[in-house]
Write a protein that binds this ligand. Structure first.
Ligand code: G6Q
Length: 559
């Protein structure tokens, strides 16, 4: 049975499952990864799982089968299975906004299997299908050149204007699926209110063959509206002889706000709607994915959705102990709440996943960066760690030093595709070798004895060895997960994103927080408005401290 969201309090340190895990941690803290691997030749088999086209190896974490079974007890105590079902059937689990959370419905097959999903009297599956048809028609028209610019030129450049959830998803996915992209189309993404962002793109494109996709759930976000208005003005100034009516060939909108879209001057026929039950950071599957569908075509877009759906089905049906998102989440809980890790580094060993760490940064930190539980009580344990990272091998030549020898232990998620999308000989083996070598080195480290023997074999004197020994020793015992896919395709990417979405969900349930609101982001949306008015109008020094007043004064003198 699903639970109602209201009865969810925060995870308390005196919960029986939490106490059992604490005791277990205290009793096993001396265990090292080296010991665990030496003691069990089957460790890789025991602590790995395959699902929906992905393979997860979590053997390089300081945990045992006892740890996992205590973590499954915790998941059961926190009613993960019931809450999971509550999400899938459309209960309003986003309680602070009274909304259902149904990104899974965006990738459900059509026609729907089983009973229709009805939210507030609306058939969700039918709505989703209708918008997907609209997306299919439009993307086909642009790609086949039947949709053209105002003077008959085919579209060559697509500029997605949006920020946060209306930018990070489509940008990350378009980059990741670069090899699947239409040869004629170049994708651009503008998000920052800093005019340098839009300016850099406008300087590269021809207005007559450019399509602007204004992506904003609310259609009120300051950055997006300012960029959209500037793009509109630029178009009218730079497209030879273009009239207001020509804008219809070059501006389309993705939004839930029909009135706002109309007020901007975009015909609602050129608007791709979505719904308030789709959170911004979960919206790449909805019409916010329009830029993705334009880039890779609708058929491959449906493969992307199908990949996510395969992970949804696995997540919804697999028992806890055979459930990849649940396991990834629980390993994260172990690292965060028992081993004390404050951050998680994401290391995709795939250049096309370059934007994946910042995508995950929003997904995890905006969802689970919370300090009160669903019932309003303060949480008493740590919630979301800091998420950060960059592609391998680049990170190895920069911050991996800290991961190997720094004073904090930072778990790493390595992500790699076994097969490359290019044909350059040698590169893929070198890339994967680096990926596996790093996780092995984090796990094993290098003992003083090993370092001494190594230096002795190189003929260093004992004095030199003694001086260098502490610097060249690696403590090891540093945890990591490795996620592998056969190849980075629309389907495997869909599955990968859904894996992390569900991981975030499970962790939110365990901590007892609402993963689907974002009051901190909402705060940011209003904070700057007053100061902007003061920068360009009358200052109000009595509203601020001396530092803020000083900064405002300096900017006023320059603007
Ligand atoms: C995502 C957040 C946030 C949002 C942006 C853009 O979950 O709510 O990142 O996506 O602030 O909002 P709009 O799409 O409304 O412009």
């Amino acid at each position: 049975m699903p639970t109602t969201a209201h009865d969810i309090s925060s995870l308390k340190p005196d919960s029986p499952a939490f106490i059992a895990l604490q005791k277990h941690h205290a009793a096993t803290t001396k265990q090292t990864l080296r010991d665990l691997f030496s003691a069990d030749s089957q460790r890789f088999t025991t602590f790995s799982i395959e699902a929906a086209g992905l393979f997860l190896d979590y053997a390089k974490n300081t945990l045992t089968t006892d740890t996992m079974s205590l973590l499954y007890d915790l998941a059961r105590e926190r009613k993960v299975e019931q809450r999971r079902e509550a999400m899938f059937i459309g209960e309003k689990i986003n309680t602070t906004e009274q909304r259902a959370v149904l990104h899974t419905a965006l990738r459900a097959p059509w026609p729907p299997v089983g009973a229709p999903l009805v939210i507030d009297g609306q058939d969700v599956n039918a709505d989703v299908h209708a918008v997907l048809e609209q997306v299919a028609k439009f993307t086909e028209a642009v790609r086949s050149e039947s949709w053209r610019g105002y003077n008959g030129k085919p579209i060559t450049d697509i500029v997605n204007i949006g920020i946060g959830g209306s930018d990070l998803g489509p940008k990350m996915v378009c980059q990741a699926l670069r090899p699947f992209q239409h040869a004629r189309l170049t994708m651009h993404f503008v998000s920052n209110v800093d005019g340098h962002d839009l300016d850099a793109v406008l300087s590269q494109v021809n207005p007559a063959s450019t399509l602007f996709v204004i992506a904003s759930k609310t259609f009120t976000t300051m950055e997006t509206m300012m960029n959209a208005h500037s793009a509109r003005t630029w178009f009218l100034q730079h497209a030879d002889g273009a009239q207001e009516s020509d804008l219809a060939h070059h501006f389309v909108a993705v939004s839930t706000n029909t009135e706002g879209v109309k007020a901007f001057g975009i015909d609602p026929q050129n608007m791709f709607p979505f719904w308030d039950w789709v959170g911004g950071r979960y919206s790449v599957w909805a019409s916010i994915g329009l830029s993705v569908a334009l880039a890779i075509g609708f058929t491959q877009f449906t493969e992307f959705l199908a990949g996510a759906h395969a992970m949804d089905t696995h997540f919804r049906t697999a028992p806890l102990a055979q459930n990849m998102p649940v396991i990834l989440a629980l390993v994260g809980i172990w690292q965060r709440n028992f081993c004390g890790s404050a951050s998680l580094s994401i290391a995709p060993y795939h250049q096309d996943l370059g934007n994946f760490p910042s995508y995950l940064q929003q997904l995890e930190m905006e969802s689970n960066g919370k300090r009160v539980a669903i019932d309003g009580s303060p949480v008493e344990i740590k919630t979301c760690p800091v998420i950060w990272g960059n592609v391998g091998t680049n990170g190895q030549h920069a911050y991996f030093q800290l991961l190997h020898q720094g004073t904090d232990i930072t778990p790493v998620d390595f992500i790699a595709a076994l097969t490359a999308s290019h044909h350059l000989p040698g590169h893929q083996a070198a890339l994967l070798a680096n990926c596996f070598a790093q996780s092995e080195a984090f796990m094993r480290g290098k003992t003083p004895d090993e370092v001494r023997a190594e230096m002795q074999s190189k003929g260093l004197s004992e004095a030199e060895i003694d001086a260098l020994l502490p610097h060249r020793t690696f403590p090891g015992n540093r945890p990591s997960n490795t996620i592998l896919m056969e190849k980075l395709t629309p389907a495997s990417l869909g599955s990968l994103i859904a894996l992390y979405e569900h991981k975030v969900f499970v962790q939110g349930v365990i901590w007892g927080i609402n993963s689907f609101d974002q009051w901190g982001v909402e705060l940011g949306k209003v904070l700057a408005t007053h100061i902007r008015d003061e920068l360009i109008g009358q200052p109000s020094p009595d509203q601020h401290d001396s530092s803020t007043n000083g900064l405002i004064a300096r900017a006023r003198a320059a603007l």
